[in-house]
Ligand binder design. Structure first.
Ligand SMILES: Cc1cc2nc3c(=O)[nH]c(=O)nc-3n(C[C@H](O)[C@H](O)[C@H](O)COP(=O)(O)OP(=O)(O)OC[C@H]3O[C@@H](n4cnc5c(N)ncnc54)[C@H](O)[C@@H]3O)c2cc1C
Length: 447
């Protein structure tokens, strides 16, 4: 029987197991953590994530979308909270379009169940991959409890072991002249759980992603199924008045939330006591190439870890599953052909999802309140209202379509250039008039 090994039973690895099982592979997964279905999910990783169209497509192919839909909360738009507590709502896309808040642990557990039950995949927990022979398809393992070492050979291996992948470090990075770039950013994040009201109801509107933009830092909140919200504070680690290094005591945390997020503080006056419940974590991108060698391939964060400012890391990892599956349909079990086409076609998209995420980081950080930027967004919304078939905003291309990330990135740059050009050529004050905007748009798009 054809055999496959997956290192990492995280989001991507556990979904990929369902695919391989569907193709008739005997699947073995090695996961260094204990079974999350029996223990608390490990702290330090975001508890919920935004799932969008690319993720749904990957679920639909293996008939698991209905199961996930049961644990997904639609967020139709973003609700911005200003300093005075005023709310502004912006829909994400057209009527009915939404991104979905899902629990990392919930999806992961569901996929493991499906991989084991439907696909008869075997998952070995507490087994850490410590080395790999790419050419011969052998993984070297160490049990995290007993320290016992073992090895396992199969026809093909997938490194789905996340941003700090050992498959990449001990396998791929040993390839002479291997391309690897690890770029940390100046900001980190800390999660905060905003509990439900005593009667179990939500303290904020359930079907929104909530954002408290404050220039150089921001707080966001995504709903959980139990009435709570997982909130994440993104902020510089240091060298800024508002940075994590200046939030060292309960008094500092309390004063910071009272002054900068007063409406949030009113909902959670006990914030200073909960501050230490989740660790301060780092963010960055990891860019590498090649992604395949011999009998092994990288997928998900091990190949293209990104910063979370477009909500696409997991979605792009799930899209790797779709891409590999389409190539398996084309090439059967010819892994050299699959791997060659996989890395050539996916690498530009891995780079693009990172570029998109970094661009959005700078936009959210530096431009979100800028009048020129807001005018540009107004233009964009109006063009897509008037000519929806000719103009799809970049956010929609990324979150509500399967247009390759690299194509969306390029198109987004062209659109940006066009709108900025119009703003430069015209009297900026007139451009705030909707009639003037419409006139310019019709000139370009009507025919
Ligand atoms: C704050 C934050 C918010 C985010 N929000 C979003 C979002 O809204 N939407 C979105 O799409 N993405 C989001 N992401 C990105 C998303 O979390 C990742 O892209 C996704 O988890 C990648 O999945 P993966 O399976 O490749 O890696 P992981 O989820 O990291 O899983 C890797 C697995 O491999 C195991 N492992 C690691 N090393 C070994 C080893 N040596 N041997 C055996 N097992 C090993 C790990 O224990 C883990 O189970 C966010 C990320 C962060 C940090």
């Amino acid at each position: 029987m054809k055999s496959a090994t997956i290192i990492g039973a995280g989001l991507v690895g556990s979904l990929w197991a369902v695919y391989l099982a569907k193709a008739g592979y005997k699947v073995k997964i090695f996961e260094k953590r204990p079974d999350i279905r029996l223990t608390e999910i490990s702290a330090g990783k975001s508890i919920n994530l935004a799932l969008s169209t690319r993720g749904w497509k990957a679920f639909e192919t293996v008939d698991v979308a209905d199961e996930i839909r049961k644990i997904a909360i639609p967020m139709h738009g973003r609700t911005m909270h200003d300093l005075e507590g005023n709310l502004t709502y912006q829909p994400y896309g057209k009527k009915g379009q939404a991104i979905y808040s899902v629990s990392r642990g919930g999806i992961n557990a569901k996929m493991m169940d499906i991989a084991q039950q439907k696909g008869k995949a075997e998952i070995e927990f507490n087994e850490e991959c410590i080395d790999i022979d790419l050419e011969n398809g052998i993984v070297y393992l160490q049990n995290t409890i007993t320290n016992e070492k073992s090895e396992y050979q199969s026809d093909v291996i997938f490194g789905a072991d996340g941003a700090n992948s050992n498959v990449r470090t001990y396998g791929f990075e040993k390839i002479p002249d291997y391309q690897i770039e690890k770029r940390p950013i100046a900001d980190g994040y800390r999660e905060i759980l905003l509990p439900a009201n005593e009667d179990g109801s939500y303290k904020l509107d359930l079907n929104s992603l909530h954002i408290w933009p404050r220039g150089r830092f921001m707080l966001i909140a995504l709903p959980n199924e139990d009435g709570s919200f997982t909130c994440t504070l993104f902020m510089p680690h240091a060298n800024d008045e508002n940075s994590f290094e200046n939030l060292n005591s309960k008094e500092q945390v309390k004063a910071f939330f009272q002054n900068t997020f007063p409406d949030f503080y009113a909902l959670m006056p006990e914030i200073a006591d909960s501050w230490g419940d989740h660790p301060l974590s780092k963010l960055g991108i990891i860019r590498c190439y090649p992604w395949t060698k011999g009998k092994a391939a990288l997928m998900g964060d091990s190949a293209h870890a990104t910063v979370p400012f477009y909500g696409q890391g997991m979605n792009s990892g799930f899209e790797d599953c779709s891409a590999l599956w389409e190539l398996m349909e084309k090439h059967g079990d010819d892994w050299p052909a699959i791997f060659s086409e996989y890395q050539l076609s996916r690498k530009p998209n891995g780079d693009a999802v990172q570029d998109l995420s970094l661009d959005n980081y700078y936009v959210m950080r530096d431009f979100v309140g800028d009048p020129q930027f807001l005018l540009q967004k107004k233009f964009e919304r109006r063009i897509s209202e008037l000519y929806p078939e000719k103009y799809m905003p970049l956010y929609s291309q990324v979150s509500f379509s399967n247009i390759p990330y690299a194509v969306a990135y390029k198109k987004g740059k062209e659109q940006d250039k066009y709108i900025k050009g119009l703003m430069q050529e015209n009297d900026i004050n007139q451009l705030f008039e909707i009639d003037k905007i419409d006139e310019l748009i019709h000139q370009k798009y009507a025919e």
